[in-house]
Design a protein. Sequence first.
Lengths: 347, 298
Amino acid sequence: MSRRQRRALAVTVLVIAAVALPFGVNAYWRATFVFILIAALGALGLDVLTGRTGQISLGHAFFLGAGAYAGGYLGGNLHLNAVVWIPAAGVAAGILGALVGPTALRLRGLYLAIVTIGLVFIGQHIFVNVTAISGGPGGRALPAPSFGPVNFATGYSIGGLTISHDELYYLLALLLLALGMLYVRNLERSHLGRAMAAVRERELAAAVLGVHVARTKVTAFVISSAMAGVAGAMYASYLGFVVPTQWDLLLSIEYVVMIVVGGMASLWGPLLGAVFVIGFPALLQDVSGSLPFLSNGLGGGVISVSDASAVIYGGLLIVFLLIEPRGVVGLVTRLRTLATRRRAAAP
Amino acid sequence: MRTFAQLLFSGLALGAIYALIALGFTVIYRASRVINFAQGQLLALGAFTTSWLVSSGKLPFWAAFVIGALGTAAVALVFQSGVLRFALGRPDFTIVMLTLGLATVLNSAIPTAFGDFPRTNGDPWGASAAHIYGVALPWVKIWTIVAALVVLVGFFAFNRYSKYGLAMRGAALDPEAALAVGIPLRRVYATAWVLAGVVACVGGVFLAGYPNTLDPTVSNVAFLAFPAIILGGIDSTTGAVLGGFVIGVVEELTAGYQPQYASWLGHNFYLVAPYVVMIAVLLVRPYGLFGTRPAERL
């Protein structure tokens, strides 16, 4: 087989495996996979801004929340079709990104990071107080998408096959993530993508080379927050009910951990990071029944399941970053280099 | 007028705590160009240790306080010499993530070790207060301001006159040049973390004084101290302290007057007021009031 054929085969296998995945696992893991895919889409957006353009943002939770409420308002209050409200959530968050973006023209590095922390707090304050859209501190319900006969709330039967609520969400999230990754892959090689990389490496040099720094930064903000908006709307819709307090700084930090652990400015990094950040605690939760020392909320053990999983997760994060600071993608690159070298040395 | 004096006093007491937290951030930032996301957790650790030593260890408050501060410093030191030492020269982002790992671990370890329920911080003052012209000054707040001033003056003396203070300033200015003239960078970083641990504990213990109680969410206060460090400029200790006091006063005054005069801003606006002030200042002065603007070089 030629290299091209091998590649095509690999892609086909990957696509089939990705589509078939939710049908082979139990409900717990199916839900976890949906959360991973949605988070990966959000992280992909953050990576455009932080990984590729070098603008550290801890304000991602605000854009996720904005997308969620835009989607909730358009879909739930105005009863628009999901074909409208899911993209509209992205547009709404993107517009907010365009409004916030210009602060990055003035602020650098950690100053920008901390101002975006302010954005999260101010955003939460607004979410709590705009009760018409957010439902106030008590929260609001969000609709499930439905495209013609395919209603996500009830599932969809075609022929003898029934695709359940969770599986529909999984497939839609997979589609959106695939579109997002395709877009980012093309972006990377475009004029804009190279301008972003230049701004990340050295702003002044980029400006001297004729890169429009201001426009590049604001565009990165818009792309990033638009992806966050779509991810936020999907997330909120899958949860079915959201409260303002959940769009907090910890959520933002989780997304930053995703892109760092996955490997910044790489195509697969956000997905791999999402697998680590969301899949790993879920795994610990799943196997906790068979581990000693753990209590299931009713006492008996030394440490509760969620606390133990957080301690292990934090510890693993430390160990992992010490061993491989470039993230999972760096690890994969290193293994691949090792394999190539081994193969070259073998004959 | 009385209300104003009362609010101003509360603001100064809160500002003293913010100043301590901000100092903890700045010390580490100056030494290693890293924001320590575990500062809030160190604060909680110090406060819980002190509280536990008083209630279960039956120690007098001051003894418990000293042991708590040393314990917090020890944890910070272990993290620095056991983890961060191996990450020297890694991208800043990675190091920030490492402190986040510590924050995650401590966040769950603290309630596991000390229990999840609210507890008192074990100070001897309780709700007792001095009254001056009808303004109630709780003793714990008076002591908060005193303790903060003692720590801050102590730090400035250390920074200005001691050998290690000089070494820290050198390392902050240019790590490579500092290394070249024989400054032991590792020991400087270790000192920075020890200091950060101590000031975190002092802040935590006083934060949990009357009318507050101590529970694991106390670590969130560190996020509220961010405006303080930014307001002053992240690499300026003077700025951090001043920023702390300004933010504390702004927060208390907003809490006192905003519901009455600007209710359209919504409930609990005082919690975001520091951030609004911070953003306003930054848009005018992008490196804070006292921060240094880095020189641009191609």
